[in-house]
Ligand binder design. Structure first.
Ligand code: GDP
Ligand code: IMO
Ligand code: MG
Length: 423
C-alpha cells in the first residue's frame, strides 16, 4: 500500500505551492487538489513561460500524470474551462490527464454575486474576498442546498439550477442598494456546464483509494494557507474550507492512516492578501521592497499583497497543526539585497510574552531577532553547501525553532531554481 503525501501552505497563501507541486510531480503519477476553488492562483514558470492555475492541479504540465480535482473543491465551470483552453493551447490533451470528482460542488453565477453583496454590505470590515463566490458556495454545501458536478448528468439539472438561483435571488433582494446583472455570466456558465460533460467525472474517493491500494503514490495539493483555515485561521478573515492537512482526508476521501509526508511550504518572509491580523506587517520601505522584488501582487486578483517579516510563532503553530514532516522554504532570493533580516521569535501582548494563540491576534507586537544579510544572489546556486554562510545560519535557526528539517529551498520562480537536501 502506498501513501498520499500532502503539499500545503503554512502562511496566508501564495507561498509557492504551484511551483513545488510542479517540481515534485515527476515522483507522483497522480496529483489531486483537495479544497478551495478559483480563489487560488498557483504559478508555474518553465521554458520562459508563466502559467497561473486556479482549479486544475499543478501536475497538469507533466506527461503521464493524472490530475484530480477532488470532492473538497468548489468549481466555477467558466473559470475551469478558460483555464483548460489555455492549457490546451500549449498542445496538452487535458481531457486525457484530468479527472473531476462528481462530489465537487459547483459555484453558481449567483454565488459570485452573493459574495460581492456580502462584502459590499460589510463596508470597512470586509473580508477582502477574491469575489469568486467561495464563501456562498461552501455555505450551500454545508447548508445542504448545493449543486454538485455529478448533478450535471441528471435530466432535471436545469430545474435544479433554477431552483437554487431563485433562492439566491431572494437572498439578494435583502441587500438594498446593491445592483447586479447575471445574464452574461449565466450564459457563459451554462455553456461551460455543457463543456464539462466531455471530461471524466468520477467517484474520486474510489479512484484515490484504489490507486493507493495498487501501490501508486499520490500528491495532494492544498490551496490558500494554514492561517486562512476556516476553523484555525484568523476567523472571520479566513477562507471557507479546511486548508490544513486534515482537509486532504475529507477533500479526497482518504483515511488519516494513509497520509505519508506533509510538506509545509513557507516564504522566507510573509505576505497576506485581504483583511485580518498580520503581526509582522511592514508599512515602511522594507515592506515596499519585499513587494517589488518579490512581485507580491495577487495571481488571481492582481491586488498588492501586504508584506512583512517571517513570523516564527505563526509558522510553529502551522507546523503543529499540520503535522509537517518536511519544510520547504521559498523566495529566499527576494532577501538577497537586505543588510539586515528580521524574524519574529515571539510576541508581546501588554507586558506578557506570548506565542501564536490563534484566537484574537490583533493586539500583539512582534519581538524580533536580527540576522545579517548575505548580500549575494542565491538564484544560480543549486547545492546547499554552496550557499552563503549567513544564509545557511538563517536556515538552521528556522530548523531549530520549528524542530523540522528544511528539505527543499527555492531560489527563483523557475522550475529549475531549486535546492534539494538529503534527509
Ligand atoms: P501559490 O498560490 O502558493 O502557488 O503561490 P503564487 O503562485 O500565488 O505566488 C508565488 C509567486 O512567487 C509566483 O509568482 C511564483 O512564480 C513566485 N515564486 C515561487 N518560488 C519563488 C522563488 O523561490 N523565488 C522567487 N523570486 N519567486 C518565486
Ligand atoms: P492560493 O492558493 C492568498 C484570501 C483572500 C481573502 C480570504 C477569503 O493562491 O495561495 P475567499 O475568496 O476565499 O473568500 O477569500 O482568503 N485568499 C487567498 N490569499 N492566496 C490564496 O490562494 C487565497 N485564496 C483566498 O484574499 O483574504
Ligand atoms: Mg497564489
Amino acid at each position: 500500500m502506498n501513501k498520499i503525501d500532502i503539499v500545503l501552505g503554512l502562511q496566508w497563501g501564495d507561498e509557492g505551492k504551484g511551483k513545488v507541486v510542479d517540481v515534485l510531480t515527476p515522483r507522483y503519477p497522480v496529483v489531486a487538489r483537495f479544497q478551495g476553488g478559483p480563489n487560488a492562483g498557483h504559478s508555474l514558470v518553465f521554458g520562459g513561460e508563466h502559467f497561473v492555475l486556479h482549479t486544475v492541479p499543478s501536475g497538469i504540465f507533466r506527461e503521464g500524470t493524472a490530475n484530480l480535482i477532488g470532492n473538497g473543491v468548489v468549481i466555477d465551470p467558466v473559470i475551469l474551462m478558460e483555464e483548460i483552453r489555455q492549457i490546451e493551447a500549449k498542445g496538452i490533451d487535458v481531457a486525457e490527464r484530468l479527472l473531476i470528482a462528481k462530489r465537487a460542488h459547483l459555484i453558481l453565477p449567483t454565488h459570485r454575486i452573493l459574495d460581492a453583496a456580502s462584502e459590499h454590505a460589510m463596508g470597512s470590515s470586509m473580508i477582502g474576498s477574491t469575489l469568486k463566490g467561495i464563501g456562498p458556495a461552501y455555505a450551500d454545501k454545508t447548508g445542504r442546498n448545493g449543486l454538485r458536478v455529478g448533478d450535471i448528468l441528471l435530466p432535471d439539472f436545469k430545474e435544479r439550477y433554477e431552483a437554487l438561483k431563485a433562492r439566491h435571488l431572494k437572498l439578494l433582494a435583502g441587500y438594498s442598494g446593491f445592483t447586479f446583472d447575471i445574464n452574461d455570466y449565466e450564459q457563459q456558465w451554462l455553456e461551460a456546464i455543457g463543456e464539462l460533460r466531455r471530461f471524466t467525472l468520477t467517484d474520486s474517493e474510489i479512484y484515490v483509494n484504489r490507486t493507493l491500494d495498487e501501490g501508486t503514490p499520490i500528491l495532494a495539493e492544498g490551496a490558500q494557507g494554514s492561517l486562512l483555515d476556516i476553523d484555525f485561521g484568523s476567523y472571520p478573515y479566513v477562507t471557507s474550507s479546511n486548508t490544513l492537512a486534515a482537509g486532504a482526508c475529507t477533500g479526497l476521501g482518504v483515511a488519516p492512516s494513509r497520509v505519508g509526508s506533509v510538506y509545509g511550504i513557507f516564504k522566507a518572509y510573509c505576505t497576506r492578501v485581504g483583511s485580518g491580523p498580520f503581526p509582522t506587517e511592514l508599512f515602511d520601505e522594507d515592506g515596499e521592497r519585499l513587494r517589488q522584488i518579490g512581485h507580491e501582487f495577487g495571481a488571481t486578483t492582481g491586488r498588492p499583497r501586504r508584506t512583512g517579516w517571517l513570523d516564527l510563532p505563526a509558522l510553529k503553530y502551522s507546523v503543529m497543526m499540520n503535522g509537517v514532516t518536511e519544510l520547504i522554504m521559498m523566495k529566499s532570493d527576494v532577501l538577497d539585497g537586505f543588510d539586515t533580516i528580521k524574524v519574529a521569535v515571539a510576541y508581546k501582548a501588554g507586558d506578557q510574552t506570548c506565542g501564536w494563540g490563534g484566537f484574537g491576534m490583533e493586539d500583539v507586537t512582534p519581538v524580533y531577532r536580527e540576522f545579517p544579510g548575505w548580500k549575494t544572489p542565491l538564484n544560480g546556486i543549486r547545492e546547499f553547501d554552496a550557499l552563503p554562510a549567513a544564509f545557511r545560519d538563517y536556515v538552521r535557526f528556522i530548523e531549530q525553532e520549528t524542530a523540522c528539517r528544511i528539505r527543499i529551498l527555492s531560489v527563483g520562480p523557475d522550475r529549475e531554481a531549486i535546492i534539494l537536501r538529503e534527509a
